[in-house]
Design a protein around this ligand. Structure first.
Ligand code: C2E
Ligand code: MG
Ligand code: MG
Length: 518
């Protein structure tokens, strides 16, 4: 074998074979190693890409978990997290022994007034636009350091850190209310809503975990005050939050359950003592709670978007009753109360027109009352609805006059026929010269605008006499009759005769048919 060395030595052969095979092994291994390295590099690259992907999926998930998809604002979970961290920071700072006073925090709870009717009447995409624009406006009005979050349908919250006191928060609250009061431009339409804001400050108004619910209670107080305003939390506001929630659920079933009823209170002509009509007042006969006052459940219905449903029931029931009375030969003018939320919706005029037609009632037999403060809360909506109702031939009245801040020029623009003086003035009229002077001025003002004046809440003969001397046209109150069911009203009209009103006669109700043709 040519390659064998002459001096053949098996050892050398074995060793060289071993070396050769080792070398080839090493060469092989190196190649494998390089391959593995390449593979590892590839794998690492893939891993990195996968990681990046995972990261972005994670981020997305985080966003989904913490951001509101419609407005891009933090959601409730993120807000609560920030609030808890801020409270913990604030507590630590208080304990750090520097003697420095505690950094205060505040939560401002914002709820849009009249959002539901906009959403219902203009559709959900318009509603979404309003929410997005509202979110932008709230962010603009807030301070840079504040967190604005959306925590429910039309509910937003704002977290303010490092506040010196409640005054700071009230400045911001006012800005938020103003920001929402400007009309919204939705697909070329002017949409008017407003906002109610509740403010709760930590630690002044309780522990951090109660801040949101306290701000919510304060917001609700702002709503009850007519909306488009803010309120600072006070301890009495907290009571009944649970109660409201359960009432809200039960109210949803009240219409179908036949638990609603209209009671009627007469309005008596000052000069003749004749009945000029009745006001329909909603009653809720709750199966366990008994009679629930509209002063309690109307604000709940307004807050939870149920007022349009209730209002529609009232419109239909009042018209049905007018027809039933007409069938018995009694033509009665009936006044119903409208909430500003109903006026904001587009349908109220159509609903009333349809109900009148369905029950064959003349439009002039129906009178719609809207409180002065509600009409001021949304001037444009009131004007539009009043114009629509006036075109139908429905009569209009401004209720609880004296409690709002309407201007003479505003009143002149409304096609109303009647003004009702709030019962707080009537209650004081015997004891207070001021109340008497105000009532006197209101009667003059109303008459100069061609409006008739009704005084509500007349409880005594003394009040009645003063009101008549001042020229009040109609009187309504417990002195004459309390609100009562339809059949009780008929019995009262046929049997009752107001004191010192010799000319009073139930037959005038029939004569009303002529008066109604005005
Ligand atoms: P309002 O429209 O100003 O109705 C007059 C309220 O004064 C009624 O209270 C009536 O029972 C009460 N009242 C009448 N005479 C006297 C009196 O001599 N003394 C005193 N102290 N009070 C008297 P009610 O029935 O509790 O209604 C409260 C408010 O709830 C109403 O005030 C009205 O704003 C609202 N409301 C009632 N029914 C409806 C409704 O169907 N729809 C809407 N949106 N609101 C309604
Ligand atoms: Mg009324
Ligand atoms: Mg009233």
């Amino acid at each position: 074998m040519a390659f064998l060395p002459s001096s053949y030595n098996p050892w050398v052969v074995t060793t060289s074979l071993l070396i050769a095979s080792f070398a080839s092994y090493v060469a092989l291994d190196l190649a494998k190693h390089a391959r593995m390295q390449r593979r590892t590099a590839l794998l690492a690259g893939a891993l990195e890409a996968a990681n990046a992907q995972l990261h972005s999926v994670n981020e997305e998930l985080k966003q989904q978990a913490f951001l509101d998809p419609l407005t891009g604002l933090p959601n409730r979970a993120l807000f609560e997290d920030r609030l808890m961290h801020a409270a913990a920071r604030s507590e630590r700072a208080a304990r750090d022994g520097t003697g420095r006073s505690i950094d205060k925090l505040a939560v401002l709870f914002i709820d849009l007034d009249g959002f539901k009717p906009v959403n219902d009447s203009l559709g959900h995409s318009a509603g979404d636009q309003v929410l997005k624009q509202a979110a932008d406006r709230l962010c603009q009005a807030a301070r840079k350091s504040d967190t604005v979050a959306r925590i429910g349908g039309d509910e937003f919250v704002l977290l303010m850190e490092d506040v010196a006191g409640a005054e700071d928060c009230e400045v911001v609250a006012r800005r938020l209310v103003e920001a929402l009061a400007t009309p919204f431009d939705i697909a070329g339409r002017q949409v008017e809503i407003s906002g109610s804001v509740g403010v709760a400050v930590y630690p002044d108004h309780g522990l951090a975990d109660k801040l949101v619910s306290h701000a919510d209670a304060a917001m609700y107080a702002a709503k009850r005050a007519g909306g488009n305003t803010h309120k600072l939390f006070a301890s009495h506001m907290d009571a009944g939050a649970f109660e409201q929630l359960s009432l809200q659920n039960e109210l949803r079933h009240a219409v179908e359950g036949g638990q609603l009823q209209l009671h009627y209170q007469p309005k008596v002509c000052g000069k003749t003592g004749h009945i000029r009509g009745v006001e329909a007042l909603l009653r809720w006969r709750h199966p366990e709670r008994g009679m629930v006052s509209p002063a309690i459940f109307i604000p709940i219905a307004e807050r939870f978007g149920m007022i349009t449903g209730l209002g529609d029931w009232v419109i239909d029931e009042a018209c049905r009753q007018m027809q039933a009375w007409a069938d018995d030969g009694v033509r009665m003018r009936v006044a119903i109360n409208l909430s500003v939320h109903q006026l904001r919706g587009e349908q109220v005029v159509r609903r009333i027109e349809e109900a009148l037609a369905r029950h064959h009632v003349q439009p002039s037999q129906l009178l719609c009352e809207i409180t002065e403060s509600a009409s001021m809360e949304d001037i444009r909506a009131t004007q539009r609805a009043f114009d629509g109702l006036a075109r139908l031939g429905v009569y209009l009245s401004i209720d609880d006059f004296g409690t709002g801040y309407s201007s003479l020029s505003y009143l002149r623009q409304l096609p109303a026929q009647q003004l009702k003086i709030d019962r707080s003035f009537v209650g004081d009229i015997e004891a207070s010269d001021d109340a008497r002077a105000i009532v006197d001025a209101v009667i003059h003002l109303a008459h100069s605008l061609g409006l008739t004046v009704v005084a509500e809440g007349v409880e005594t003969a003394g009040q009645r006499d003063i009101l008549l001397a001042l020229g009040c046209d109609e009187l309504q109150g417990y002195y004459f009759a309390k609100p009562m069911p339809a059949d009780a009203l008929m019995a009262w009209m046929h049997g009752h005769k107001p004191q010192d009103a010799p000319e009073f006669s139930p037959s005038v109700v029939l004569a009303l048919a002529d008066e109604l043709q005005i």
